[in-house]
Design a protein around this ligand. Sequence first.
Ligand SMILES: Cc1cc2nc3c(=O)[nH]c(=O)nc-3n(C[C@H](O)[C@H](O)[C@H](O)COP(=O)(O)OP(=O)(O)OC[C@H]3O[C@@H](n4cnc5c(N)ncnc54)[C@H](O)[C@@H]3O)c2cc1C
Length: 148
Amino acid sequence: MLSVVVGGIPITGALKQMVTDGLMVVGDAAHQADPLTAGGINLGMIAGDIAAQVGAEAVQAGDVSARRLSEYEKRWRKQFGRQHDALYRVRKILIKMEEAQLNALVKTASELPLREMNLGQVALALFKAHPRLLIEAGTLMASGLILK
Ligand SMILES: Cc1cc2nc3c(=O)[nH]c(=O)nc-3n(C[C@H](O)[C@H](O)[C@H](O)COP(=O)(O)OP(=O)(O)OC[C@H]3O[C@@H](n4cnc5c(N)ncnc54)[C@H](O)[C@@H]3O)c2cc1C
């Protein structure tokens, strides 16, 4: 063993409030990492980019109030909000899933031509093979993340 890398990634869903007077939080501080994979580098960078644009304009205008900075949060939620919420729900479903069911899902998925399928088609194939999933996935379909 040459080194040990450890750390925590907040994946409890994005913060309900990301700005206040004179402050915007981005990346892990705003719990923006993908709630399913915990990947947060790209999401943090994009949020930083949006915050920088909004912040620069706010400073130039001499107004860094929460009201003005909320433009950052509005843009972030428009770009990521719905997907983030849905992935958080997927995470909760997977955490509760029994190991045997999870193994069966992975087995089915491993037999699919994944490179030729989009997310909706994968979901449909999994539902066909495991109809019980439909009950758990109702809210995801309502969110539009799958079956688009
Ligand atoms: C082990 C591990 C593996 C990961 N693998 C991946 C991966 O493969 N792909 C992926 O996309 N994501 C991965 N992540 C998640 C990713 O690292 C984070 O989501 C991302 O780095 C968040 O970026 P950030 O800028 O918000 O926070 P950070 O990268 O944590 O940056 C915050 C910075 O602020 C500094 N800081 C803290 N307090 C202060 C202070 N008071 N004053 C000044 N500076 C301060 C810290 O030292 C740090 O440099 C991984 C995380 C861990 C822990």
